[in-house]
Every structure is written in structure tokens, then in C-alpha cells.
Design a binder for this molecule. Structure first.
Ligand code: NAD
Length: 531
């Protein structure tokens, strides 16, 4: 046990990131998302663990890209750890410079919550995918996805969530996956109800019923999508989650196998030309589906930019999922809140869920908890994600800390994803198409991190390149350990008001009505709006 629950909470969350049931590759310290790691090396991991074990309540651990570089005297109200991962001077902030520096042991890619020590397994993306499809239903289908057909591709680490989320949101999905092993993994988790290699059987299954189910077709989307078009198969919505952001190892071209893609090298020009040609076919099919009336969007995998580079500019007219579906949620100051039961006791999670429902419950939230309890297997420490905004997060967290103080549950780590209204600047994803053109303005995440340090979050992390690669995003996360003490109550009261308030301010400043309204309702002092 560390010298206090704040330090212990950090340690347990760090080790949870590296739990074999949570991390993709424990040996390489890779937690998720390509090479998103929790520590720079095993030696660095040991140094961090030792530093946390001895860290006083008046000290702060300073972590530079996965390495403990200092323990400095601060004060009890300050964070116990601050973390910066993969940050580079802007003109050097490109993949090649970064990976060269990484190879020299000078930095580490932290993705978002891998290096920020608050990953909760696939659940994070499940909640996101579910909310995205609900929002799609609200926007285009009057909230009714029942009987609607969705075409998508990719049943990988994150894309696998589509098998769970699309049917849970009410629709019937055809998911094309080139790697049978990946599809079988999702089927064994219960997230895919039908799995077939046979195209005709897949189409028959698609039309056999309106039941919300996922059908996995083993095949290549660049081949299957044009075939579906020539057969006149209609889909209400079309997207994909192949790992198209990584043209070398993320997208299997026609005529190649998943194994070829895993071992492809950057000097294999024939292979790269095949990727380009396949992506182009895929992109052309997406545009044709749209011409025929389908709702088509990109699911945060950068496929559009790849297809544009392959020569099809028109692809950029397809919207990205954040701009289309998540933006209205962000614009009202709401984002993915999450928490972890540090005791490891499932009962603590259940009781804390009940408390969240008591304080901020809506029928939607109740339904999500029900689905999550029944359908999401536990990975590592018990954890839950749910979407809360300004006015809800502070109330919920205060109540949870009271339960800890009363001894009804053990200590909790309370925080959020790096994808939140103010905490990320990512012009190809989270901040694409902002109303005022502020897509690439990265002051907001920097301000977010500074604010959370000032308010005394237990740990605060900033990073470069989460989701879309180095140079393409800046983002920040924070966590407060609720150990039931008055000090935790004070930190919670401060952090969980100002953190979402900055989100409202960011969107109000960009001119979003929902945020301006929320700012007025909550009495935020936003000088530029009242001027
Ligand atoms: P992954 O590498 O684990 O999985 C990709 C899957 O696509 C693999 O199973 C692969 O076999 C399959 N695939 C590749 N080429 C294919 C093809 N031509 N036809 C059919 N299947 C093919 O990646 P992941 O973690 O699932 O993420 C997928 C992508 O989605 C990434 O680019 C990621 O950045 C993006 N993503 C974004 C968000 C977000 O913005 N919130 C969320 C989830 C995923």
C-alpha cells in the first residue's frame, strides 16, 4: 500500500492498464491503439511504481513520456502526478521525427488513456459507439433504428464494438471482416449473432428478419461493397472501421491476406499500390451508396484522407462521425465520464452505478447501465463509462465520495476520456468542422490541463497524437481519487465543476447555441459572450 489513497489510486490504475485482460501486449507495455504504451520501458515502469510507493502527500511525481523524471515538493492540494506524453515542438511534430526519437528511447507514444493511465478496456469505445448510433437514429430516423440496415467493416479492437452497439441501438448490421479470427472473437463474446463466408447467405440473413442483430461476413469490404451495389442491396447507413489510418498495416488490400498486411514493409511498392487501389474502390462505393440514399459517414479512421490522397477529392464531402453525431452532444457540454472501483469489488461498481442513477438518472442512462451490466464482460478493475455534463459530474462525484466516506463502498478513481468537449484538439476527428473554424486551435486542451492542475486533480495527463497519430491531435485527461476524505470532496467540488465548464466555454466561444444556452443556465461567466 502506498502512503495515501491518491498515490495508491494512481498505482492501481497504472497497473490496471497493464493487466493482461486489459492491455493488448503486456510484454511490450502496449495498452491499446497501435503502440499506445503506459511506460517507456520495463525499467521505467519499475521506477514509476517505486516512486508512487514512496510518494508523500506533499509531493508530485513528474512523468515525461512514460518515465519518472522527478519527484518534487508541492502540497496536498496539488496533483500527485503530472504526465506529458509524445509532445514535440510543432515543426517537428510528425510521425517520422517522432518514431526516430522514440527509437532512441527519448519519448513514448501514449495514445490517450494508455499513457494517461486511465484506460478501461473496450468498454470506453462501446459506450461511444452506442451513443453514436443512437445519435444517428435521432438525426436521420426520428430516433427509430428498428428495422434499419447498417453496412460497416472491421471487427477489430475498437471496430468490434459495432457488433454490440449497432444492434443495441436497434438496427441490423452487416459487418464485413477480412480476418476470420477477429470475427470469431467477437462472435464468442456474443457481439455477432451470425458468421458466414458466404455472400449470398449473408444477404439472405440480412433480409430474413428485422431483429437487431449483427451478421459478420468474412470478406474484403473493397470487394463486397461494390458487389452489394451491383446487386442493388440497400442500406440505411454505411460506414467502416477498418484501421485505414495506417495504410501499411491496417487495411488489407484486395488479393492479400491479413497476414500479408501484418508483415508488409514500407518498401513494398506493389503492396502499397494495392492498398491505394482498394481504398479507392471502397471510397467510390461509399459515394455511390450515398447517391442511392444511404446515410454515409467516416468512423474516425481517416479513410477519407487516404482515399483523397489516392485521387478522389469528392470523398471529403462525406462527413466524419464526430462532426455529424457527437458534436451536438459535446456542444451541450456532455462527454464520456468514467470511473474505476479501486477495490476490485464488483459490488462497489454496482452500488456506485445505483448512486449515479439516483443523482443524474435518465431513462437513457438506466438503459445503458442495464445493457452494460448484461453485455460487457469485465476487463481488469470494475469500471463504467457514461455520458454526463456540467452540473451532473460534480453532483455525481460528490455523492460517490460520500458513499466512500460512509464506508458503503471502497475508494474510486473518477475521471474521463481525453475525448471531451474542451480536452482535445484534433482537426481530422474531434474538432473537425467547428462552427468558427477553430479545428486546429490547441489552446483548449492546454488550458484544460492547466485548469485541472490548478484545481488539484489527483493526476493530469497531456498527450500528442491520440487516435489520429502524432502531429494530428493534442489532448488531456484527468482523474480524482475519491477516498472519502474532506480533501477529496474539495477536489471533486472544484475539478468536476470547472472541467466540464471549460467544455461549455469552448463550444460557446465557437458559437454553438446549445453551449451558449447551457452557459446561461449554469451562470458561467464567459466575458466574450456578455460583451
Ligand atoms: P484494428 O486494427 O484492431 O481492426 C481493424 C479491423 O479491420 C481488423 O480486424 C482487420 O482485419 C479489418 N480489416 C482491415 N482491412 C479490411 C478490409 N479491406 N476489409 C474488411 N476488413 C478489413 O483497429 P481498431 O482498433 O478496430 O480501429 C479501427 C479504426 O477505427 C482505427 O482507424 C481507429 O482509429 C478507428 N476508430 C476510431 C474511433 C473514434 O474515433 N472514436 C473509435 C474506434 C475506432
Amino acid at each position: 500500500m502506498c502512503r495515501g489513497w491518491e498515490q495508491e489510486g494512481i498505482l492501481r490504475c497504472l497497473l490496471n492498464n497493464l493487466d493482461p485482460n486489459v492491455a493488448e501486449d503486456v510484454e511490450k507495455l502496449v495498452v491499446y491503439g497501435g503502440k499506445g504504451r503506459a511506460a517507456r520501458s520495463h525499467k521505467d515502469l519499475n521506477l514509476i511504481v517505486e516512486a508512487l510507493k514512496h510518494l508523500g502527500d506533499d509531493e508530485t511525481l513528474i512523468v515525461q513520456s512514460g518515465a519518472a523524471v522527478a519527484v518534487l515538493p508541492t502540497h496536498p492540494g496539488a496533483p500527485r502526478a503530472i504526465i506529458s506524453s509524445a509532445m514535440l515542438v510543432p515543426a517537428w511534430s510528425d510521425s517520422q521525427s517522432f518514431w526516430n526519437l522514440e527509437a532512441r528511447g527519448l519519448t513514448m507514444y501514449g495514445q490517450m488513456t494508455a499513457g494517461g493511465w486511465f484506460y478501461i478496456g473496450t468498454q470506453g469505445v462501446l459506450g461511444f459507439t452506442y451513443e453514436t448510433f443512437l445519435a444517428l437514429g435521432r438525426k436521420h430516423f426520428d430516433g427509430k433504428l428498428a428495422g434499419k440496415r447498417v453496412l460497416t467493416a472491421g471487427l477489430g479492437g475498437m471496430g468490434g464494438a459495432q457488433g454490440f452497439a449497432i444492434p443495441k441501438a436497434g438496427a441490423r448490421a452487416l459487418i464485413v471482416e477480412v480476418d476470420e479470427k477477429r470475427a470469431r472473437r467477437r462472435a464468442s463474446a456474443g457481439w455477432v449473432q451470425h458468421l458466414t463466408h458466404d455472400y449470398d447467405e449473408a444477404i439472405a440473413l440480412l433480409h430474413a428478419s428485422d431483429a437487431p442483430e449483427a451478421i459478420a461476413l468474412i470478406g474484403n469490404i473493397a470487394e463486397v461493397a461494390p458487389r452489394l451495389l451491383s446487386d442493388g442491396v440497400h442500406f440505411d447507413a454505411v460506414t467502416d472501421q477498418t484501421a485505414a489510418h495506417d495504410a501499411l498495416n491496417g487495411y488489407v488490400p484486395i488479393g492479400y491476406s491479413p497476414e500479408d498486411t501484418r508483415t508488409a514493409t514500407a518498401d513494398d511498392t506493389a503492396y502499397l499500390a494495392a492498398v491505394k487501389a482498394s481504398m479507392l474502390r471502397h471510397g467510390e462505393a461509399l459515394l455511390e451508396f450515398r447517391r442511392r440514399g444511404s446515410i454515409v459517414f467516416e468512423y474516425g479512421n481517416n479513410l477519407r484522407d487516404q482515399v483523397r490522397r489516392a485521387g478522389l477529392d469528392e470523398i471529403m464531402s462525406i462527413p466524419g462521425f464526430v462532426n455529424e453525431y457527437v458534436r451536438p452532444i459535446f456542444a451541450s457540454g456532455v462527454g464520456p465520464f468514467r470511473w474505476i472501483a479501486l477495490s476490485g469489488d464488483d459490488e462497489d461498481l454496482r452500488k456506485s452505478e445505483d448512486a449515479v442513477l439516483e443523482v443524474a438518472g435518465t431513462p437513457g442512462l438506466e438503459k445503458w447501465f442495464e445493457l452494460a451490466r448484461a453485455g460487457i464482460p469485465r476487463q481488469g478493475l470494475p469500471a463504467r463509462i457514461c455520458w454526463l455534463g456540467l452540473g451532473q459530474r460534480d453532483a455525481v462525484c460528490t455523492r460517490l465520495n460520500e458513499l466512500v466516506a460512509a464506508g458503503e463502498i471502497g475508494p474510486l478513481a473518477l475521471g474521463r476520456d481525453h475525448m471531451d468537449p474542451a480536452s482535445v484538439a484534433s482537426p481530422l476527428r474531434e474538432t473537425e468542422g467547428m462552427l468558427d473554424g477553430s479545428d486546429a486551435i490547441a489552446d483548449w486542451p492546454v488550458l484544460s490541463a492547466m485548469l485541472n492542475c490548478a484545481q488539484g486533480a489527483t493526476w493530469v495527463a497531456v498527450g500528442n497524437g491520440g487516435g489520429v497519430g502524432v502531429g494530428n491531435s493534442i489532448h488531456t485527461g484527468m482523474v480524482v481519487v475519491a477516498d472519502g476524505t474532506p480533501r477529496a470532496a474539495e477536489k471533486i467540488r472544484r475539478v468536476f465543476w470547472t472541467d466540464p465548464a471549460l467544455g461549455v466555454a469552448r463550444y460557446a466561444d465557437a458559437g454553438y447555441d446549445a453551449a451558449i444556452q447551457r452557459a446561461a443556465e449554469t451562470g458561467l461567466n464567459l466575458p466574450r459572450l456578455t460583451d
